[in-house]
Design a protein around this ligand. Sequence first.
Ligand SMILES: [Fe+2]
Length: 352
Amino acid sequence: MATVQTRSERLDTARAMFSGPVRLSEPYPGAPPLWIEPEGHALAQGMPAFADWMTVNHKAIEAALVSFGAIVWRGFPVAETDDFIAMMDRFKSYAKGYAGGTSNRKAIKGPAMEATRTPPHVYIQLHQEMSYMPDNPRALAFYCKQPPDSGGETVICDMRGLLEQIPEPTRHKFENYGARYVRNLRSGLVDDWRAEPDLRHATWQYWFDSEDRDQVSAQLDERGTHYRWNEDGSLTFWNSEPAVAMHPATGDRLYFNQLNSQIQNEWTIGKDRADLFDQLYGDHTARPYAVAFDNGDPVTEEDYLAVRELFEARKIAFQWRARDVMLLDNKLTAHGRHPFTGKRDVQVMLFD
Ligand SMILES: [Fe+2]
């Protein structure tokens, strides 16, 4: 286990490592993120100067990402997607891309993607990106091109020490049973009741951006995911993963799964929607998501609430301003999104 620094120590360490005209602060003492703002005009106005600063400070950024779990840049000249890409140039793109991911998102340009197309009224629960997959990104960056009229905060949660706070017997299940994720994607060629937009039962053609079953199968093979093509044209895929992961740099044992964010019942999607799902899907039709502990035990209400209470107690809501960029360590800091109104343009890049 790495030595844990107190909040002032880690800020002092960061100040000693970073160079150039920037101001560093810790807005939520002891929790993420490290906050970076330009001091004076040199970095606030010119993108080339800021991109150079990012390069010169790359080592300090990587170190701060581990000690703070997240970094926010505010006040820098990141006006366009190209600037966001240039800023993150030293970070290696996530090689496996996003195919098979559960969020509804599309590429914008190069490695930059829409954060999500999940409808504005939906609260995206705190989660660690692709923690339901055998392979997942080490870090991710969000860029706010346009903040919404109201709401739409990205919520983040420090995952350090959360596992230890989960009460028994729930903690035992997460530590010992692992997680099982089952996903069903309908076929876009079959026009049945599952096409109702409210159900958000996506098609595999949309998800994998392909009409070709063989190509989709090849992607799932490459990811080590089990799958089955069903008679109704839908695709079911599933995999079992540990629910806890060790951080490669800090040695922390961390809660790392999406049982809580993928479960769909009245606790998470509301009673009306849960009833509609029960009525339409019953026990026989594959639902878009199904999760359980990998020994077959269901996630009980007690399990769900134990984790949700910790998430909610630790949650920090981050209100976006245009040109803000946030970099997250995917294991140390979970993220989610509050509902919003208006147009919200937040973009994301995933890194190895
Ligand atoms: Fe996400």
